[in-house]
Ligand binder design. Structure first.
Ligand code: UDP
Length: 345
C-alpha cells in the first residue's frame, strides 16, 4: 500500500480531530481544511501534540464559491490519495429554522470536496453521514437496507449528499466512496486533550450531562419518559469517538484495496442500545458527581429507540467497536473536567 495522503475537511471538529490523530498515528500525511466556524484552532495544536506529527492546514470555507479555486489548487498541490469529508453544520433545531443555510453549506462543501479530489485525481472519499437518515419505521437493529426518511433539514442534507456521491460514483467507476452512518458519537480521546467543544447550550445528551456534572448547568431535562422502551426514556446506540475514528481508518484501508468503483452506505455503531437513564447512571458512576434531572416533554422529531446493525462494517472492514459505555463516560468526563471551558480553558 502506498503511503496515504488524506484531505480531512472539518478536521478540527469533534469527530475530525479524533480521526486526524488516528490517521497520523497510522503514518498518513494530512491536509486539514477547516474554517473554524464551529471548531477551534487549538484543536490543531492538540492533534499534532497527540500524534507527534505535523499536519498541513488550509483555513478555508469549502462552501464559499470565491474560495473554490484556491481550495482546488491547494488540494492538487498536496497530491492526495483520498479524502474524508466531515465539514458541515450539525444542529438539528438550527436546520429547521435556517434550512437554506444548511443546504447551501452542507451540500456546497461536499460538492467542492468531491470536485477538488477529482481534480487531484484522487477519487476516494469517506463521507461523514448519520443515522438520522433513517426514518422511524425501521426495526431495530437498523441495517443499511433500512428505509431512509430523515425528519429534518440537517438529516436531509446528509441523505442528499449520500445520493449525490452515489450519482458521481455511478457516472465514473473510478470513484470509491463510503458513506459512514454514525450512530451517537460520545466520549473523547483518553488523554483528555481533545473532545467535544459545543457552542452555547449543548443539544446532545452527553455534552449536556457533562456540563451538569461539572457544575456549569443546574440539571438535565430528560425529554420523554413515556416511550415504549425499557424504562420509558429514549434509547440510542452510543459509540466512543475513538472507535468511530478507527472506523474511518478502516474504511480508507478498505477503499484503497478495491479495484472497482463503489459507493457504499455503512453503519458505525456498537449494536447496543442504552436509555437516557442508563447513560445518566453510567456518567454518575464515572464522574462521581451528582447529575440532577427532571422529566420533560418529548422533543420534536425524536424516535423512541434506534440502534445499529453493524455487521456490514464488521464483515467488510474487519472493524467493530471495542469501548464500553463506562469507557465513553470516563473519557468524556476526563475531557470535560480537564477542559471545563473547552479549548478556551
Ligand atoms: N436527550 C435528553 N435531554 C437532553 C438531550 C438529549 O433527554 O438534554 C435525549 C434525547 O431525547 C434522546 C437521547 O437523549 O433520547 C439522545 O439525544 P441526542 O440529542 O444526544 O442524540 P440524537 O437525538 O441525535 O439521537
Amino acid at each position: 500500500m502506498i503511503k496515504q495522503r488524506i484531505i480531512v475537511a472539518g478536521g478540527a471538529g469533534y469527530i475530525g480531530s479524533h480521526v486526524c490523530v488516528e490517521l497520523l498515528s497510522g503514518g498518513a500525511s494530512l491536509l486539514i481544511i477547516d474554517n473554524f466556524a464551529n471548531s477551534h484552532p487549538e484543536a490543531i495544536n492538540r492533534i499534532k501534540e497527540l500524534a507527534g506529527a505535523k499536519v498541513d492546514l488550509l483555513q478555508a470555507d469549502l462552501a464559499d464559491p470565491s474560495q473554490r479555486k484556491n481550495i482546488v489548487d491547494t488540494v492538487k498541490r498536496f497530491q492526495p490519495t483520498g479524502g474524508i469529508h466531515l465539514a458541515g453544520l450539525k444542529a438539528v433545531g438550527e436546520s429547521v429554522a435556517e434550512p437554506a443555510r444548511y443546504y447551501r453549506i452542507n451540500m456546497g462543501s461536499a460538492l467542492t470536496m468531491a470536485e477538488a479530489l477529482e481534480a487531484a485525481g484522487a477519487k476516494m472519499l469517506v463521507f461523514s453521514s448519520s443515522a438520522t437518515v433513517y426514518g422511524e419505521e425501521n426495526e431495530n437493529p437498523v441495517a443499511e437496507t433500512g428505509a431512509a426518511s430523515p425528519t429534518n433539514p440537517y438529516g436531509r442534507t446528509k441523505y442528499f449528499i449520500e445520493c449525490m456521491l452515489k450519482d458521481i460514483a455511478e457516472a465514473d467507476p473510478h470513484w470509491r466512496i463510503i458513506n459512514l452512518r454514525y450512530f451517537n458519537p460520545v466520549g473523547a480521546h483518553p488523554s483528555g486533550r481533545i473532545g467535544e467543544n459545543p457552542n452555547g447550550v449543548p443539544n446532545n445528551l452527553f455534552p449536556y450531562i457533562a456540563q451538569v456534572a461539572v457544575g456549569k448547568r443546574e440539571m438535565l431535562n430528560i425529554f420523554g419518559n413515556d416511550y415504549p422502551t425499557k424504562d420509558g426514556t429514549g434509547v440510542r446506540d452510543y459509540i466512543h469517538v475513538c472507535d468511530l475514528a478507527k472506523g474511518h481508518a478502516a474504511a480508507l484501508r478498505y477503499l484503497d484495496q478495491q479495484e472497482n468503483g463503489c459507493a457504499l452506505d455503512m453503519n458505525l455503531g456498537t449494536g447496543a442500545g442504552y436509555s437516557v437513564l442508563e447513560a445518566v447512571a453510567a456518567f454518575k458512576r464515572a464522574s462521581n458527581r451528582d447529575i440532577p434531572y427532571a422529566f420533560a416533554p418529548r422533543r420534536d422529531g425524536d424516535v423512541a429507540e434506534i440502534f445499529a446493525n453493524a455487521e456490514l462494517a464488521e464483515n467488510l472492514l474487519d472493524w467493530r467497536a471495542q469501548k464500553s459505555l463506562e469507557d465513553m463516560c470516563a473519557d468524556h468526563w476526563r475531557w470535560q473536567s480537564q477542559n471545563p471551558d473547552g479549548y478556551e480553558t
